[in-house]
Design a protein around this ligand. Structure first.
Ligand code: FAD
Length: 478
């Protein structure tokens, strides 16, 4: 997120002085690293939780449309950066990987058929295919259809130009380019310890060098808290009134990673299923082809779990340290009303290898335990907010919290995540650099970076066609 914001700002005004502070010895080693997230370019093509069914049986596609349009913004920005040589050839960070949704049983097949009909009628999803035909499904996902019971009712949808994104590689390339500028400084092994706003509105930021334990203070006119799971603590330290009431609910993740090259080469798509009853939306199971550092990989998961850490390389005290007088009511409210979720996460965390492979067999019936190893994914800190009737509510999205004076902003939450980083960071710029953004220079540059900027891809079918044709070609996603 921080690398995206810095890249946008540096394109809009190359004279800006920027400092990026990272507590680890490399950037993008937390959630953004390829092994810590699923690398799905979330576009609403395969994620069934973006199209919930209402109580009257109708399907709400609004969220899928919004996420698809946001992902198109990311694709446009990355295309522009490939074209101006800021980013290397696209296969270094993004690869075409068909996105499929796969369901079984009468109820879910009916749901998928209805979802497909509704989505396909919209220009954003007009290329989505649907099939209940076993021979067609075998060509789309051979591993999943292999030796499946002939009488099981199954169906799938497919969008051929879905993508697998190595967000870690993308971020490291962005930062490598930023480092070629004299007015950009990257401080690794350095932790942000405190923030204080001065009377003149600027921010005094206390940094600690984690190698020498030395403390330094820097001053900035604008601060972005793009610290992933660490953002809540820093937002609380800022003391801005907008931070009051926010809390965090950490959810950890694990994958089964395939170690058999013969199996890996038989699957070449991202196949998303339906979340189990009571499961949080981000634990929708999926069998994913990945391309990590040029090599194909096959992952299944994520299996959610409960932990009190806010960062993978964080502390078990993170959750407890985030409890403050101003958010205790929201935290207790969420704790009380979400006991089922906590119980679900604990049961998930205590599963044996055989139990995890049994879940995998719903997707890949021939899976052998010895071919799969468990690996930890990143942490997601879900947002807890004040709520009048329940004290607090749990949200599974992403939210930008910014001060009224526009001098500081933070990004909380983790879904749909890195895929919509460009739209999220444009929103930060709209809130915190509104005067500069009104200038014709910034407007022109923004249009050059994101040609659809200022227009709606949900409303404008012709514009969507033009930008999509261009980005799919530039990023080799056709
Ligand atoms: C299991 C899982 C699967 C996911 N799958 C997908 C997916 O398929 N597609 C998708 O788009 N998104 C996905 N996401 C979400 C995505 O990974 C995140 O939204 C995104 O990577 C967050 O980026 P970030 O820059 O906000 O945070 P991070 O990548 O976590 O970066 C924050 C950085 O801040 C540093 N930091 C924290 N505190 C401090 C401090 N005090 N001082 C200095 N540095 C600090 C951390 O060390 C870290 O490097 C997934 C996430 C998880 C956990």
């Amino acid at each position: 997120m921080s690398a995206t914001l810095a890249s946008l700002l540096s394109e809009l005004d190359p004279s800006l002085n920027m400092m990026m502070v990272e507590r680890l010895s490399n950037v993008a080693a937390e959630s953004t690293d390829a092994w810590n997230n699923a690398g799905t370019g979330h576009a609403g093509y395969c994620e069934l939780n973006y199209t919930p069914m209402d109580t009257d049986g109708s399907i709400d596609i609004k969220r899928a449309l919004a996420i698809n349009a946001s992902f198109e913004v990311s694709l446009q920005f990355w295309s522009s950066l490939v074209e101006n040589n800021t980013l290397p050839a696209p296969q270094n960070f993004i690869n075409a990987t068909p996105h499929l949704s796969f369901v079984w049983g009468d109820t879910d097949v009916d749901f998928l058929r209805k979802r497909h009909a509704q989505l396909k009628a919209h220009h954003l999803f007009s290329d989505m295919e649907f099939s209940e035909d076993a021979s067609q499904l075998k060509t789309w996902m051979p591993l999943i259809m292999q030796q499946r019971e002939a009488n099981q009712k199954v169906a799938a949808t497919r969008v051929s130009y879905g993508s697998d994104v190595n967000f870690g590689a993308l971020t490291r390339h962005l930062v490598k380019h930023l480092e070629t500028h004299n007015n950009f400084q990257l401080s690794l092994n350095t932790e942000v310890k405190n923030l204080k706003q001065l009377d003149n509105g600027r921010w005094q930021v206390t940094l600690k060098d984690l190698n020498t334990h030395k403390t330094t203070i820097v001053e900035a006119g604008f601060v972005f808290l793009g610290a992933g799971g660490g953002a809540l603590h820093l937002l609380q330290k800022s003391g801005i009134p907008e931070s009051l009431g926010y809390g965090g609910f950490p959810v950890s993740g694990q994958w089964l990673v395939c170690n058999n090259p013969e199996v890996i080469k038989q699957h070449s798509s991202k196949v998303y299923g339906k979340a189990a009853l009571g499961a949080p939306p981000m634990s929708v199971p999926h069998l994913d082809t990945r391309v990590i550092d040029g090599k194909p990989a096959l992952l299944f998961g994520p299996y959610a779990g409960f932990t009190t850490k806010f960062l993978k390389q964080g502390s078990y005290w993170d959750l407890f340290k985030s409890i403050k007088p101003n958010n205790i009511k929201s935290m207790l409210g969420v704790g009380y009303h979400n006991m089922d979720l906590t119980r679900y996460l604990i049961v998930e965390a205590l599963q044996t290898h055989s139990e995890r492979v049994a879940t995998l067999r719903q997707f890949f019936p021939q899976a052998i335990e010895a071919d799969w190893q468990l690996q930890s994914a990143g942490q997601r800190v879900q947002i807890i907010k004040k709520c009048a009737d329940k004290g607090g509510k749990l949200e599974f999205g992403t939210e930008i919290v910014s001060a009224q004076d526009g001098t500081i902003a933070a990004l909380l939450g983790a879904s749909p995540g890195a895929s919509v980083s460009v739209q999220a960071m444009i929103n930060v710029i709209e809130r915190c650099f509104s005067t500069q953004l009104k200038s014709s220079a910034w407007q022109q540059k923004m249009k050059a970076l994101v040609p659809s900027y200022g227009e709606s891809l949900i409303e404008n079918a012709r514009l969507l066609k033009t930008v999509r044709q261009h980005t799919l070609k530039t990023l080799n996603l056709m």
